[in-house]
Write a protein that binds this ligand. Sequence first.
Ligand code: ZN
Length: 377
Amino acid sequence: MSFFRRNIVSLTVIGCITAAVLTYFYKPEYFDFIVQPSARSLYERDLKKYPDQLERWNRLSKMAINDSVLSGDSYSEIATSTAQNSFAAGYMVNIAQGESLLATISMDSIQPSWILEAYNNNGMLLESAIANDSMLSLHIKNGEAQRLKIVVQSFLNITDTVQLKVYKQPLLEFPLAGKGNNAIQSFWGVARDGGRRSHEGNDIFADRGHPVVAAADGRISSVRDRGLGGKQIWLRDNLTNSSHYYAHLDSQLVTSGQRVSRGDTIGLVGNTGNARTTPPHLHFGIYKTGGAVDPKPYIWQVPIPEDSQSLPLRPVAIGSGTGANLRSQPNANGGLIRNIQNDTLIILGNSNDWYHIRTADSLAGFAHKSMIRLIEE
Ligand SMILES: [Zn+2]
């Protein structure tokens, strides 16, 4: 009897698994609440009914992933997609330890018809942008030095123009209230004590008594007064997995073990310790497991890029003039990819005075507007 019962149980289990597999195969959308597919997977699922379209889409994706243009610290572009030329482009960006990366696409419509993704150097998808009102945005903030690839692709057969922004932001709050980059007057690695040691932090200047704020949420691990740092505070920060060191304070306004929030005033600027002969300043340091690291990228403020101004646009153009160069960045310092004189080019968009273009052999880059002759269609 139990022999039959065991078989019935096994058959039922096998039946259920088979049903689940078949359902997943034919109706994958039933499993979206578990799998949470990316915007790309959802779109590709829709395209499966049209193999030639799917092939075109995949070809464009591959092109974008292989692009090697650089977006720099702060980039904006007006990107255009037309029925003939669907937008697909990739942007490389090098992130320092302590920096985060934001990418946004502002659209006119609330229904997103663009895909915005970040990949790591091994081609692994890190994040796919989430739509909110008429904005797609993603934020990579794992804080490690890395090379990222941002991929932007419009759905096929749409005509649309969007504003793309790719820019860096520091992971931490600036440690002096209301101050910014130009208050940092001594950087990492500068010689100290006649070259006997190197500066393991940033010196940020302000008047005596200026509020020093917690650069992140965290716990005060130590408040002490001794040695080179004089009156100092140590803060344990789990966001960047590091300890912050605030030194030469005039007064300490927190106690050891206290929890603080980003932006809370924890002390006041002074010149205690070995700073007693120099003007008041905060020595700000960051310590990771391997020792001190350069705090600058953690706090260096990068302005949010302005919207790119639009240039006249046609789907196709020709590189004209002897200086017609395809560059890796939208400025004259961008590395030369190759000369494009007399080449017929597809225009993807523009970053201010530089057209973002693609050559017939799929190379993407930038060319100054004076080197581009638009062709009437
Ligand atoms: Zn210092």
